[in-house]
Design a protein around this ligand. Structure first.
Ligand code: 13P
Ligand code: SF4
Length: 381
C-alpha cells in the first residue's frame, strides 16, 4: 500500500516535471511508449548479446530495477569509477547520472564512447557548484588564508570542478573513501576546501576529531562565509551544497522510529545532515549500507536513510530481516530515475543502427587536470 502511494506520488511529480520540460527537449519516438515491458526487455537482451564484450553497462545502486537488471556491474560511485578505469569495451552505456558518465569518459581511452541514455539525468548537488563560483570563491579564500588550502571535491561534481581541484594539487573523493582522502589532504596542506556537499565534509571532518567551530561554510551565492569564529582557526571550508534527496531525513524520523521500535538499527548515507548522522547507528556509502545489512543477523531490524530505489531493493534482497525506509514518505532520486527502460532501449537501438546518441565527452583541456584529481583518488582507494 505504502509502496503504491509512494509510486503514485512520484509519478505525479515526474508528470509535472515533464510538463515543465524545455521545449527543445527531444522526446523519445512514440514507439517506445507503445512497446510492452516484456518486448523492451527482450530487445535489450538481444542487443546486448549482439554487441557482446564491445558493450558494457555499469549501473549505480540507485537505478530502477527495470534498468539495473541489465547492468554488467553494479556499484557505488567509487566502484563504478574503478571498473570504468579498467574497462576496454568500445561502448559504455552508463546507467547513472551525468557526473558519473563524465568520470567514465575521463577514465577511458579516446576510442571508447560513453553514452548516457537520458541527458536529463543530472545531479542537483553537483549543480550547486559551478566553475565560475569556484574560481571567485578561491580568490577570496586565498586573500584570507593564503596558500594553505587544498581543494577536495566529491565526485558528485562537474568535470570542470574536478579540473580545478586537480590543477590546485587536490583530489576527488567518494563516500567510500572520504575519510582516507581527508587524512591525506591534511598531510598536504593546513586546511581544506570541501565541495560541493557540506554534509559529507562536515560529517567526515567531525569523525576525524575536528570540532564544528573549526569549520566555516562558504556560500557561493553571496561569495561570503557563514562563520562566527576567528578565521585563523578554520581547518575545513565547506561549500554550501547538499543533496536534496538525503536532506529529506530528519532527527524526528529517527526519534519516532526509536520510540516505536527500540531495537531498530539506523543506517544512513553520509550526505544526510550532521544531526541525522549523529543520531544514527551507522553511516557510509551505498555499498557500505548494502554490505552491512547483508552481513547482519537474521531477524534484525533496520531503518535505512538513503535513496528509495536502493532501499526497496535491500528490502527485497534481505527477506530474513525487517527493513524500512527511515522516512516513510521518501521518493526516489528524480534525476537517477530519468534513466528508464525506454531510454535505455532507445540508446541501444540507436547504437545497433550505427548511431551514437547522448555521448558524454569532456573537453581535452578539462580532462587533463580532472584526471589528475581522479588518479590521486584511485591511487589511494
Ligand atoms: P555513493 O558513492 O555512495 O554510491 O553515492 C552516490 C550518490 O550520489 C549518493 O547520493
Ligand atoms: Fe545527486 Fe542526491 Fe541524486 Fe545522489 S541522490 S545523484 S547526490 S541528487
Amino acid at each position: 500500500m505504502l509502496k503504491q502511494v509512494q509510486h503514485d506520488l512520484f509519478s505525479n511529480i515526474m508528470d509535472v516535471l515533464d510538463l515543465l520540460e524545455i521545449e527543445s527537449e527531444v522526446s523519445l519516438p512514440k514507439r517506445y511508449s507503445e512497446l510492452s515491458e516484456q518486448e523492451m526487455i527482450a530487445r535489450v537482451h538481444e542487443i546486448k548479446a549482439k554487441f557482446g564484450k564491445r558493450l558494457f553497462i555499469p549501473g549505480h545502486h540507485y537505478q530502477k530495477d527495470e534498468v539495473i537488471q541489465f547492468a554488467d556491474a553494479r556499484g557505488d560511485s567509487l566502484q563504478l569509477a574503478q571498473i570504468c578505469a579498467k574497462m576496454d569495451a568500445e561502448y559504455i552505456t552508463f546507467c547513472g547520472v551525468h557526473f558519473m558518465a563524465e568520470t567514465a569518459d575521463m577514465l577511458t581511452g579516446p576510442d571508447q564512447k560513453v553514452i548516457l541514455p537520458d541527458l536529463r539525468a543530472g545531479c542537483s548537488m553537483a549543480d550547486m557548484a559551478d566553475i565560475d563560483q569556484t574560481e571567485k570563491g578561491w580568490i577570496k579564500m586565498q586573500e584570507i588564508w593564503g596558500d594553505t588550502i587544498l581543494p577536495l571535491t566529491y565526485v558528485n561534481s562537474s568535470a570542470a570542478i574536478k579540473g580545478f581541484v586537480g590543477k590546485h594539487g587536490g583530489a576527488c573523493v567518494t563516500s567510500g573513501n572520504v575519510r582516507k582522502m581527508l587524512e591525506w589532504a591534511f598531510t598536504q596542506k593546513e586546511r581544506l576546501l570541501f565541495l560541493p556537499d557540506q554534509h559529507l565534509g562536515r560529517n567526515t571532518a567531525f569523525d576525524m576529531g575536528i570540532p564544528l567551530e573549526q569549520m566555516a561554510v562558504y556560500a557561493p551565492l553571496t561569495n561570503s562565509f557563514e562563520y562566527e569564529g576567528n578565521f585563523e582557526d578554520v581547518k575545513v571550508i565547506l561549500w554550501k551544497g547538499h543533496c536534496s534527496v538525503h536532506e529529506k531525513f530528519n532527527v524526528q524520523h529517527i526519534e519516532n522510529l526509536r520510540k516505536r521500535n527500540p531495537e531498530v538499527n539506523i543506517i544512513v548515507h553520509p550526505e544526510c545532515t550532521f544531526e541525522v548522522v549523529q543520531a544514527s547507528d551507522y553511516s557510509g556509502s551505498t555499498n557500505f549500507i548494502i554490505k552491512t545489512i547483508e552481513a547482519a543477523a537474521p531477524g534484525t531490524k533496520w531503518a535505512v536513510g538513503t535513496e528509495m530505489n536502493l532501499v526497496n531493493r535491500i528490502i527485497d534482497e534481505n527477506p530474513d530481516k525487517e527493513i524500512e525506509s527511515l522516512n516513510p514518505f521518501m521518493c526516489p532520486c528524480l534525476t537517477m530515475n530519468r534513466i528508464d527502460l525506454p531510454h535505455l532501449l532507445w540508446s541501444l537501438e540507436k547504437l545497433e543502427a550505427g548511431e551514437v546518441v547522448n555521448q558524454i565527452t569532456v573537453p581535452e583541456e578539462v580532462t587533463k587536470y580532472a584526471v589528475l584529481s581522479l588518479e590521486r583518488m584511485l591511487e589511494r582507494s
